[in-house]
Design a protein around this ligand. Structure first.
Ligand code: SF4
Length: 176
């Protein structure tokens, strides 16, 4: 069985960089953000790339994590790891969860710049004042993650996943 140490190290480093930028942006925008412990508006039933899925599963298994969240109805659209409005895997949460609430800058399907923010945040903020310096460059990090994932699935060598495949986070809970 392959260890994927290089890709896992690169993934961990990427996450650290994302955390640093997110922390800086959160500090900068604090007066305009309602994000706080107990707010779970962003915690939806996400799907993630295989490299994240395998890495997070390994970490949680190493720590002996046991899912304590109750079974949910199939059509429940909240994250399986949310319990009492709190993330039960916070330290290991995937990349998508690490920029929750921030102004995210990305290109849409028509190759135009688009900005996405939480509906609770930036209500009194003039969107004209968003710049590349005070927004999170989502495309840049998504591309890096995509390339890392590509290396990871190639190394698996079993044609287990295709490069655009995403795995629901809720499947991870079934493996713990
Ligand atoms: S992993 Fe945690 S932060 Fe991410 S959506 Fe689930 S509960 Fe929320």
């Amino acid at each position: 069985m392959k260890e994927h140490n290089n890709q896992y190290t690169a993934y961990f480093e990427l996450r650290k960089t994302i955390d640093k930028i997110s922390e800086k942006l959160s500090g900068k925008h604090r007066p305009h953000m309602q994000c706080r412990k107990g707010c779970d508006l962003c915690c939806m039933d996400y799907s993630i790339l295989p490299i994240e899925f395998h890495y997070i599963r390994n970490q949680l298994q190493k720590e002996g994590f046991k899912k304590s969240t109750p079974e949910r109805e199939e059509n429940n659209n909240t994250c399986i790891f949310l319990s009492n409005n709190t993330c039960t895997i916070y330290n290991h949460r995937p990349v998508i969860c690490r920029t929750h609430g921030l102004p995210l800058l990305y290109t849409n399907e028509d190759y135009e710049w688009e900005l996405s923010t939480c509906e609770l945040n930036f209500r009194q903020f003039d969107y004209e004042n968003f710049t590349p310096e005070n927004t999170f460059p989502q495309d840049k990090f998504n591309s890096k993650l995509f390339m890392l994932n590509k290396e990871f699935i190639n190394e698996l060598g079993e044609k287990k996943y295709d490069e655009f495949e995403l795995i629901p986070l809720r499947n991870l809970a079934k493996q713990l």
